[in-house]
Design a protein around this ligand. Structure first.
Ligand SMILES: [Mg+2]
Length: 211
């Protein structure tokens, strides 16, 4: 599978479908330790992303991810819009060479993580989406350094993101809205890490579809 604009568009269409399917689950997660708007916000954002990409599909990965960034920034409320927007904007800028190689995928995920941290000022272990993107970036780099191709690097990143999201459950939140709950944030998954893992899983699936 070549990681070109077609892949990036398939990724976003799959993300739209997955976020819609998991909307109520994300709302429920965010109700436990946040304000309950994460599922609705993301669903609105990715529906719009899908519509914009369908109406005028860009011809490069960079073009697709730039549209995603701008659309999410303008349609997703709360903290998630600026965080995902910055992630995809930095990811877009990292795409110097297309189609993406394994190293290109690692660069993309590292850039997204940097964007999230630049915007949200969170470190790992604070029960935020950084706890999904951080392990994903590490796993992607290790897989790329081991010589794996783009789709395999995406799969390594997606698996690490899912594991990272699960690992937020026993954490006490020290960043974001959930940190106001202190000890009561323990025992619940972080919604932003859960949606981040969903989105990265769709990136891998979109790359594996036509292998
Ligand atoms: Mg919220």
């Amino acid at each position: 599978m070549i990681l070109d604009a077609d892949w990036a568009i398939r990724w976003m269409m799959a993300a739209r479908q997955e976020v819609a399917a998991q909307r109520d689950y994300l709302i429920d997660l965010d109700r436990r330790i946040g304000d309950g708007d994460h599922g609705e916000n993301l669903d609105r954002g990715f529906c719009r992303v899908g519509a914009v990409l369908e109406a005028d599909p860009p011809s490069s990965v960079q073009g697709v991810l730039t549209v995603v960034a701008k659309t999410l920034m303008s349609t997703v409320g709360g903290a998630a819009g600026p965080l995902y927007g910055t992630a995809f904007l930095r990811a877009a800028k990292s795409c110097a060479v297309e189609p993406l190689t394994g190293a290109g995928v690692a660069d993309l995920i590292a850039a997204a993580l940097e964007g999230i941290q630049a915007r949200g000022k969170a470190e790992r272990g604070e029960k935020t989406m950084v706890d999904a993107w951080g392990p994903a970036a590490d796993a992607a780099r290790a897989a790329a350094d081991a010589g794996l191709d783009g789709p395999a690097v995406l799969r390594a990143a997606a698996d690490a993101a899912e594991e990272g999201a699960r690992a937020t459950e026993p954490m006490k939140a020290t960043k974001g809205r959930a940190s106001y709950l202190g000890e009561r944030s323990i025992g619940h998954l972080d919604p932003g890490s859960a949606s981040s893992a969903m989105i990265l899983v769709q990136a891998a699936r979109a790359a594996e579809e036509h292998r």
